[in-house]
Design a protein around this ligand. Sequence first.
Ligand code: SAH
Length: 196
Amino acid sequence: ADGGSQQERVVTEEEWLHKWEMGNIGFHKEQGHPLLQKYLDVLLNGRSGLRIFFPLCGKAVEMKWLADMGHSVVGVELSEQALKEFFSEHSLPYCEEPIPEISGGKLFQSTSGNISLYCCSIYDLSSAIVGKFDGVWDRGALVAVNPCDRQRYVSLMTSLMEKNSSYLLVTVSYDPNKHKGPPFYVPDSEVKSLFG
Ligand code: SAH
């Protein structure tokens, strides 16, 4: 299968917000993702105090793990509800401020300063706004992006990466004719051509 049956599918921003409102968030993993633990060494590559990016972050608990290890975590998420739930579920105090460059965008930052979550569309970001990253945890992100936006997403991600950064990508393998997504099926061959 080449995912052809999913190429035209579009999930709107409103639909994502609605999923959060309805608690229709089966993608959220309370216990965190075992593959991050398994490949943590690959992500860190012996380095400490990294800036790590979580695209389409939801309320991923791995953000707390990495912050607790001394890294600085930046996420981006459309749903304000998701970000507020993240801070409240981990009992983390935070402050909230507008993002001057992004109309309607808000930045939620832990009071300790090491977790900064942007509430806006990822396509509103640029390295001028968020800087560049030493590591990326992409789980439920590339596979959640509408198929028509994949190239744009990957170009943006590439522009946000430092020279010696590492990028952990989780994809899912299944027959795209049997499920409409998201998560979408992104074959390995496409991952190779997208990231080069
Ligand atoms: N990575 C998270 C969430 C995966 S679900 C995890 O592992 O749990 C995908 C998330 O992306 C949803 O929370 C959705 O609200 C968000 N999202 C979808 N499109 C987005 C966009 N253009 N910009 C920012 N966030 C987006």
